[in-house]
Structures are given as structure tokens and as C-alpha cells.
Write a protein that binds this ligand. Structure first.
Ligand SMILES: NC(=O)c1ccc[n+]([C@@H]2O[C@H](COP(=O)([O-])OP(=O)(O)OC[C@H]3O[C@@H](n4cnc5c(N)ncnc54)[C@H](OP(=O)(O)O)[C@@H]3O)[C@@H](O)[C@H]2O)c1
Length: 229
């Protein structure tokens, strides 16, 4: 039976490329996303079950995770990919903007893991891959809150890596550089992405991490060769 891999934020960019790459590689992707219409269209395109899931909503995380497990059986992998961007001088951010970034990128990732990891640990197998960012490797101006949201997940991922590996579950972090996706535009930021990696290139990296079952690729980073200027 095909391994079932839950992907959050699968309706665009890296997540979308990933669910197609997973299907191509023989997995059963379980696409999830915050927009019900987009999820339904994507699930139909892939020919699999999809689930509407806003990761900034803790109640939705527990309800939908339980529903997924009940309907599909044990889950073999979780890719925490949903994320939003926030850029600008820190003092210009509104409190709701700050809250949304932390709720989505940080708390969403932690609670999704909290919902699906216990069953993997009980079965002594499984994989969690968190999409982090090079923003969690360096300090840069104008991205204080986005970086904070991802630095938190860098710590979370590293600690779970060493906690869970002896129990047979791999927890790994993917730290991509710029991806040519909708992320900046959705946040109202204009960005030239001609030099960025494609979502498909990013998805190929995540797939390689997932497939190499005997290894824990703990901190995997990469960016397009064109993105060195
Ligand atoms: N783009 C980059 O340069 C870059 C670089 C490093 C790391 N990353 C990270 O890569 C991941 C994927 O981003 P991307 O570049 O593919 O951006 P994207 O094209 O904007 O895709 C982000 C996905 O997350 C979904 N999403 C946003 N908030 C959500 C929520 N509350 N609940 C569920 N889904 C939600 C979006 O849904 P909608 O389709 O409804 O908008 C979309 O499907 C993110 O974690 C991002 O931080 C991106």
C-alpha cells in the first residue's frame, strides 16, 4: 500500500509541486489547505482525498487530523509546509499581522506535529519534514517576525530530531532559499523571482529527504545556482 503523506498548504507553490511529486513517486499525498475550493480542485486533479485545514486554527487541526486518520488509516509522513510571509520595518507591523505569522508558521507546525506524531511514535516509524527557510539560518533586516517564526521551528525540529530518531521516527528541517511561488505576492510584496528555484526543484529536495529512509537529513538547505549574485 502506498505510504500516506499529509502536506499542509498544498494549494500553491512548494506544497502543490510536492503533492504532484509524491504522487509521481508512488506515495499517496494527502493534500490540505485553508481554501476549500482550491483543496477540492487539487484533490480532484490528483485523484486523492483532500482536506480543508487552516493550520492557524487549533480546533481545526485536532478535528481534521482525527478525520484524516479515521478515514485513511495510519499516516506515514507529515510535511509542514503552510507558511506566510511578512516583510518590513518591525514597528510598522500590526499586532494581528504578527499573530497571523506566528499562528501559521510556528504554532500551526507544532500543533500539526503534536496531532500526527504520537501515532508514528507508537508504530516506531514515520517522517516529519518541516519547511523552514534560510531566514532561520541568518539574521537579516526587515523580516524579524517571519524569521522568529522560522527560528522557533528550527529549534523545535532539531530537538524533536534527537528525541524521535531513537524511536524510529525521522524529524527533519528543509531550509530553502528563494522559491518562485505566490508567497511574496500574497503578502503584498513585489519581488523579482527570476533567479529563484522553482517549486518543483524544492519539491525534489524534500522528496529525496523523505525517500532516504536510513538517513536523517537534519538541516537541508539549498538555493538556485542563479540566486548567487
Ligand atoms: N517562497 C520562498 O521564497 C520561500 C523561501 C523559504 C521558505 N519558504 C517557505 O516555504 C513554504 C511554502 O511557501 P511557498 O513559497 O510555496 O508559498 P505559497 O505559494 O504562498 O504557498 C503557501 C501555501 O500555504 C498555504 N497557507 C497559508 N496560510 C495557511 C493556513 N493558515 N493554513 C493552511 N494553509 C495555509 C497557502 O494557501 P493559499 O493557496 O490559500 O494561499 C499556500 O497553499 C512556506 O512555509 C514558506 O515560509 C518559502
Amino acid at each position: 500500500m502506498a505510504e500516506k503523506i499529509v502536506v499542509t498548504g498544498a494549494t500553491s507553490g512548494l506544497g502543490r509541486a510536492l503533492v504532484f511529486a509524491l504522487a509521481e513517486a508512488g506515495y499517496q499525498p494527502v493534500p490540505t489547505g485553508r481554501n476549500a475550493q482550491k483543496v477540492a480542485a487539487l484533490a480532484a486533479e490528483l485523484g486523492v482525498a483532500g482536506y480543508t485545514l487552516d493550520v492557524s486554527d487549533p480546533a481545526a487541526i485536532s478535528a481534521v487530523s482525527a478525520q484524516i486518520t479515521q478515514e485513511l488509516g495510519p499516516i506515514d509522513g507529515l510535511i509542514n509546509n503552510a507558511g506566510i510571509w511578512l516583510e518590513g520595518d518591525f514597528e510598522t507591523y500590526s499586532a494581528p499581522q504578527i499573530q497571523a505569522v506566528i499562528d501559521t508558521n510556528t504554532t500551526g507546525t507544532i500543533l500539526m506535529t503534536h496531532a500526527l506524531l504520537p501515532d508514528m511514535l507508537a508504530r516506531g516509524q514515520g517522517t516529519v519534514i518541516n519547511t523552514i527557510s534560510t531566514g532561520a539560518l541568518y539574521s537579516r533586516k526587515l523580516i524579524s517576525v517571519y524569521a522568529a517564526s522560522k527560528w522557533a521551528i528550527r529549534g523545535f525540529t532539531g530537538c524533536l530530531e534527537v528525541e524521535c530518531a531513537p524511536k524510529g521516527v525521522r524529524v527533519m528541517g528543509f531550509y530553502p532559499g528563494k522559491i518562485a511561488s505566490n508567497m511574496y505576492e500574497t503578502a503584498g510584496i513585489e519581488r523579482d523571482l527570476d533567479m529563484a528555484m522553482t517549486p518543483e526543484q524544492g519539491a525534489a529536495m524534500v522528496l529525496a529527504m523523505l525517500q532516504d529512509k536510513g538517513m536523517v537529513w537534519s538541516h537541508v538547505s539549498g538555493r538556485s545556482i542563479n540566486d548567487y549574485v
